[in-house]
Design a protein around this ligand. Structure first.
Ligand SMILES: C[S@@+](CC[C@H](N)C(=O)[O-])C[C@H]1O[C@@H](n2cnc3c(N)ncnc32)[C@H](O)[C@@H]1O
Length: 235
């Protein structure tokens, strides 16, 4: 999953998670012994759903999962990590600097703050929100030929059924579920991929058929620009 060139960087990231990440409360202490199995490798398998030279945004990146792992595994991909919490973006920026990851940008903000400003080939997330809310946050960031790729649990099909109204409102094609890492990982990764039903009809600003309560394009709502993080930021 990591080339021989990328493996030392992945190992250095795992070390940072196990040390700084735990001390700074970004990773639970019980996760440290199973970082590779449950976190790095589980995230790295998503790479097979990411096209060559893609632009990718990882929303709610936390300590960098899965976005930072994908950036390490795939140096051809330009990765934007979006995370609202300063403590987490500070950690992310430090890791990106220390590991000299030239293909990663860290943005402090909520996903919806990028709506109408940026679009990407792939919009990833893990453990961020139920599918319905995730669609509202992610689909405005998906380019016409792009895809939402979310890591989900074993109840993914129930989530899809619960999100039927939102899938229809955003005019999405039928979602595809993939089980990744079979025969390789001790616990497989369930990935949900959602694309536009009619890519040629997608244009911005996006207007879903009936705007969700949190719709960023609803009339009168001001759009705040996200902040790029810096190494030393006030709290
Ligand atoms: C449970 S954590 C998951 C972190 C990471 N993806 C992982 O799997 O370890 C959820 C993350 O989503 C972030 N988050 C919450 N609301 C968000 C929003 N509207 N836009 C972007 N990120 C958000 C939180 O700050 C938090 O870091």
């Amino acid at each position: 999953m990591f080339s021989s060139a990328a493996l030392p960087t992945a190992t250095a990231y795992a070390d940072r998670l196990a040390t700084d990440g735990v001390v700074r409360g970004l990773i639970g202490p019980r996760e440290a012994p199973r970082l590779w199995d449950r976190h790095l490798l589980n995230c790295a398998v998503l790479a097979e759903l990411v096209p060559q030279d893609a632009s990718l945004v990882d929303i709610g990146s936390g300590a960098g999962l899965p976005g930072l792992v994908l950036a390490i595994a795939r140096s051809d991909v330009q990765v934007t990590l979006v995370e609202p919490l300063l403590r987490r973006t500070t950690f992310l920026s430090e890791v990106v600097d220390d590991l000299s990851l030239g293909n990663v940008e860290v943005v402090r903000g909520r996903a919806d703050q990028l709506h109408g400003e940026r679009t990407f080939d792939v919009v990833t997330s893990r453990a961020v929100a139920p599918l319905e809310r995730l669609l509202d946050w992610s689909m405005p960031l998906v380019s016409p030929t792009g895809a939402l790729v979310a890591m989900k649990g074993s109840s993914v099909l129930e989530e899809v059924e619960a999100a039927r109204e939102a899938l229809d409102r955003w005019r999405c094609a039928e979602p595809e579920v993939s089980v990744l890492g079979e025969g390789v990982l001790s616990s497989t990764t369930v990935a949900l991929r959602v694309v536009w039903a009619e890519p040629t009809q997608v244009s911005w600003p996006l207007a879903p058929k009936s705007a969700p309560k949190s719709a960023p394009q609803s009339p009168g709502r001001s759009r705040r620009k996200p902040r790029r993080t810096q190494r030393r930021q006030d709290t």
